[in-house]
Ligand binder design. Structure first.
Ligand SMILES: Nc1ncnc2c1ncn2[C@@H]1O[C@H](COP(=O)(O)OP(=O)(O)O)[C@@H](O)[C@H]1O
Ligand SMILES: [Mg+2]
Length: 320
């Protein structure tokens, strides 16, 4: 549904988007991740035809955004960053105006507006001036505008920005509900959002695409991914290390804390690469030695760790 090829956008001598390519299929929710200033909004503005690229192409539903803008744009719902709403309109007037722009008339327009009012929970502010709305309601009014014509492609620039936790939860649910028959891109720097909504994520830093994968595969790039965390009692750290290294499958065992008063130690078990060490093996082994296991789990890695690893690589020396 969305094909982005070798996109470059320069502002004077500065390159905001540098050779970015990716695709989004129907049924996918692509998380567009990156620190502030990475080039997310600029890329979204190009995809929606709001600004032109310096070079590269975008096709939406097969239509080139530059050559066949009207067909491409009719397929897109766009929630811009800092949406420029007509602030002196009330919510109902604004949505009627947006419906007219999208070519919806009469009963079709009324039904579309009723539908988005319900989905975005705007009934209590229907006749309120946009100027007087809270940030949450303003954001949901723009979201309502974006989905009014039930478009197959949604480009949402930080859709949960400024919402409280309940509203964030609702918007994520809404995105999940719409996901199966649309192609959706959401930009965010909230990593839990990626895990809550996205089937795939790309990370951009300083205008360049630096990672592209499922949230789970990105987490797998984390330094501690696929290590085993355990809290145990009834044994010393040295004795525990000896038992674990006896399996021939453990590279090292790192102590990461514990509660000496309760005789508890917390460890991270780093398996040797390719050993296929499983949590259940550790459980059987330790239990057979009479060691009490309070907690044990596989660490799948952390997205925030990976995000830091790949977006601030060049600054690592400075942080150390
Ligand atoms: N119209 C513009 N003129 C000059 N620089 C711009 C313009 N729009 C964006 N930029 C710059 O491009 C970079 C990327 O911005 P943006 O796409 O808004 O990042 P993000 O949405 O990831 O925070 C930033 O350094 C920003 O200052
Ligand atoms: Mg932005």
């Amino acid at each position: 549904m969305i094909e982005v090829k070798k996109l470059v956008r320069k502002f004077g001598a500065f390159t905001a988007v540098n050779n970015v390519s990716f695709d989004v299929d129907k049924g996918e929710v692509l998380g567009f991740l990156g620190p502030n200033g990475a080039g997310k909004t600029t890329t979204m503005r190009i995809i929606t035809g709001y600004i032109e690229p310096s070079s590269g192409t975008v096709r939406v539903g097969g239509h080139d955004i530059a050559k066949d803008a009207e067909s491409a744009k009719s397929l897109i719902g766009y929630l811009p960053e800092n949406a420029p709403l007509y602030r002196d309109m009330d919510v109902s007037g604004f949505l009627r105006f947006a419906a007219a722009i999208r070519g919806l008339k009469g009963r079709v327009a009324t039904e579309a507006i009723d539908r988005v009012i319900e989905i975005c929970h705007l009934d209590s502010v229907f006749h309120q001036s946009i100027d007087t709305l809270s940030k949450g309601y303003t954001r949901r009014t723009v979201l309502a505008q974006a989905i009014l014509h039930d478009p197959p492609v949604l480009i949402l620039d930080e859709p949960t920005d400024g919402l409280d936790p309940n509203q964030k939860f609702e918007v994520r649910n809404l995105i999940n509900k719409m996901a199966k028959d649309k192609a959706i891109i959401i930009s965010t720097h909230i990593l839990e959002e990626v895990e809550a909504c996205c089937t795939r994520a790309i990370v951009i830093a300083k205008g360049s695409l630096v990672a592209n994968g499922t949230p789970a595969s990105l987490k797998g790039m984390s330094e501690n991914a696929n290590t085993i965390l355990a809290a145990v009692s009834g044994i010393s750290l040295d004795a525990l290390r000896e038992i674990l290294s006896g399996t021939g499958k453990v590279l090292k065992t790192v102590c990461i804390g514990g509660n000496p008063a309760a005789d508890e130690i917390k460890i991270r078990i780093v398996p040797s690469s390719g050993s296929g060490l499983h949590v259940s093996e550790i459980v059987s082994l330790l239990t057979s030695k009479g060691i009490k296991i309070h907690e044990i789990c596989l660490d799948g890695g952390r997205l925030d760790e990976v995000f830091r690893q790949i977006t601030i690589k060049d600054q690592e020396g400075l942080c150390a």
